[in-house]
Design a protein around this ligand. Sequence first.
Ligand SMILES: Cc1cc2nc3c(=O)[nH]c(=O)nc-3n(C[C@H](O)[C@H](O)[C@H](O)COP(=O)(O)OP(=O)(O)OC[C@H]3O[C@@H](n4cnc5c(N)ncnc54)[C@H](O)[C@@H]3O)c2cc1C
Length: 277
Amino acid sequence: MDITSVTSYRAARTRADLTLAPGEVVLAGGTWLMSEPQPETTGFVDLTTLGWPDLEITDAGLRIGATCTIARLLAWAEREAPAEWTSLGLARPAADALLASFKIWNTATVGGNVCRAFAAGAMIAFLSTLDATALVWTPDGGERRIAVAELIVDNAVTSLAPGEVLRALDIPAAALTSRVALQKIALAELGRSGAVVTARVDPDGSSVFVVTAAVRRPRVLRFVRIPGAGELRDAVASATDFYTDPLGSADWRRGVSVVLAERLRAGFARESHEGAA
Ligand SMILES: Cc1cc2nc3c(=O)[nH]c(=O)nc-3n(C[C@H](O)[C@H](O)[C@H](O)COP(=O)(O)OP(=O)(O)OC[C@H]3O[C@@H](n4cnc5c(N)ncnc54)[C@H](O)[C@@H]3O)c2cc1C
């Protein structure tokens, strides 16, 4: 699409270049920014020219640069990541839950998906499930950290203040060696997900279940073990922000989220039982 309101483009090379003039916004992959009119936007400031590393193994775990493409993350997770980082297996099914085709993945960045903050944000599901933290650069030259699940405050709304830029996403080492799984449903076979439930079970038996797409912001549910069926059903169903849109009604989203969560729970419980036998 021609974005006719935009009259300037700057390639950012240093952090100082991220000081935005009125009407400027930061550009990452551009897949959303170029997909619909942006009447308030008169200039793009390109983040991809900052040279941020895509993926870094740190003492604390894995750092994903905000400008790393979804395609690069998937390829690295499947071919280059340490074999014991089993949780990265969630990246592919999460990306598959994105309505967008592989053509979008090749350009869309992990940070752009998070900052767009759609309820059905594929990378939001993946990162929230692995307890990822967002490293945010603030306009005064400082930085702050916030859990990805907390950064999203509503459908298509983040807590980023004007001028703040998402620099990286940090996944703690402790969350990288877990068992993970995803269940999703969409009304149309290739349609945007109506509900996505992801889950992680850590080596110590504690578990995390995350509902996205069905609720306006990620709902993260933590348990000291794999929960019982009733406990999980009540925790999922009690969310107050299931919503209605052309992709599903709030009641349907609530109902299917409960079913998807139970499928994950039952699968993990069965595996644990078999492992113990
Ligand atoms: C056909 C199609 C299907 C889609 N399907 C889905 C879907 O199923 N689920 C879903 O969640 N999304 C979907 N999207 C939207 C999707 O979120 C984006 O296309 C993509 O993930 C955005 O990544 P990007 O790097 O291209 O971001 P851009 O388009 O470059 O930017 C997106 C927004 O984030 C801001 N931004 C980007 N990076 C940063 C940063 N580091 N710091 C601060 N702000 C930043 C930009 O200013 C802009 O407001 C779809 C888009 C298309 C075109």
